[in-house]
Design a binder for this molecule. Structure first.
Ligand code: GLN
Length: 308
């Protein structure tokens, strides 16, 4: 049938691009098989079309950030979260030691400074590491429509080398943005990044956002329409970090990348899509994933700013 054939052909077009490199600061990612390549697209009723290694599982990494932002917004309300983390793009790398000078808070929830702060809000004051990890695991599972799990091995490896995130968390603690033990927040955030997903999961998670917050497989309302819109707005402006402007003008699909090589995009009211390929560009975005998104956007006219 035409859609799977089209996806097969799209993957083949980009399969032999070997540029980029796997993430070097997380041991299990450095050792990842770079030949893996996958795509999945989900419609708003949860019908999935895939090609390549679509059942292969990898860690969600920064792709967890928009979903956990949504979960925190639902639990604490918009004002309480906005009081701690802004919504302005930084134009900087995801792991910058970044804090808005005037407001004294992280600029947005897609960079690590913002994501660590959002993570620290889960479960309310005094929540334990185990409690926060379970809120994350259960929350991401509601988006995926199946029970996901944390890969302890990936998490342990990232923690060994987590100097940058520990520095960011200590910066946040010293400015009073987070009030908990910074090491505990980093551990919890790393567990969050180590939840395993496939492109099939990510496409359903993306389709949940595309459908306004209702999971197409389970029918469960995971986010209210207002929170869902907030998440997509932040993804659109900040999801691709210092490449956000290039991405928005060229591809035009709100998206989020992760250093495992996963990438997902949301076309509101239409579809969720996800790709996987481990080699990354200098922004920490999958090289082949970004190229596949570019070609699909052009071939299918997906850019949300296309005038009708
Ligand atoms: N766990 C990674 C980190 O904090 C996630 C980064 C990413 O995927 N961009 O560095």
């Amino acid at each position: 049938s035409p859609i799977p054939d089209f996806l097969d052909a799209t993957l083949e077009r980009h399969r032999y691009d070997l540029s980029g490199a796997t993430a070097d600061y997380i041991p299990d990612l450095a050792a990842a098989d770079p030949t893996k390549l996958a795509i999945c697209i989900s419609t708003l009723d949860g019908v999935e079309y895939d090609s390549g290694d679509a059942d292969f599982e990898f860690s969600i990494q920064s792709m967890s950030k928009p979903f956990i932002y949504g979960i925190a917004l639902e639990a604490l309300g918009l004002p309480a979260v906005l009081d701690k983390v802004g919504v302005e793009p930084t134009g900087e790398a995801f792991n910058e030691l970044s804090l808005d000078k005037t407001s004294g808070k992280p600029l947005n929830p897609m960079i690590n400074a913002g994501a660590l702060t959002v993570h620290s809000l889960l479960g309310g004051e005094g929540a334990t590491l185990a409690e926060r990890t379970e809120i994350v695991r259960a929350g991401l599972s509601r988006f995926a429509g199946r029970q996901l799990r944390v890969d302890e091995h990936i998490a342990a490896g990232e923690l060994q080398e987590a100097y940058r995130n520990i520095a960011i968390a200590n910066m946040l603690r010293s400015y009073g943005v987070i009030t908990d033990d910074p090491d505990e927040v980093v551990r919890g955030y790393i567990n969050q990044c180590s939840v395993l997903v496939s492109v099939k999961d990510l496409a359903i998670m993306a389709a949940t956002l595309a459908g306004g917050g209702t999971n197409p497989l389970t029918g469960e309302r995971v986010l209210s329409p207002r929170v869902n819109r907030q998440v997509l707005g932040v993804m659109m402006t900040c999801g691709m970090y210092d490449a956000a402007g290039d991405w928005m003008t060229e591809v035009g699909v709100p998206a989020k990348s992760g250093v495992s090589g996963g990438l997902f995009g949301v076309l509101p009211g239409q579809l969720g899509m996800a790709t996987f390929s481990p080699r990354l560009d200098k922004h920490g975005t999958s090289v082949r994933g970004a190229k596949i998104f570019r070609s699909l956007s052009a071939d299918l006219g997906l850019h949300i700013m296309n005038a009708p």
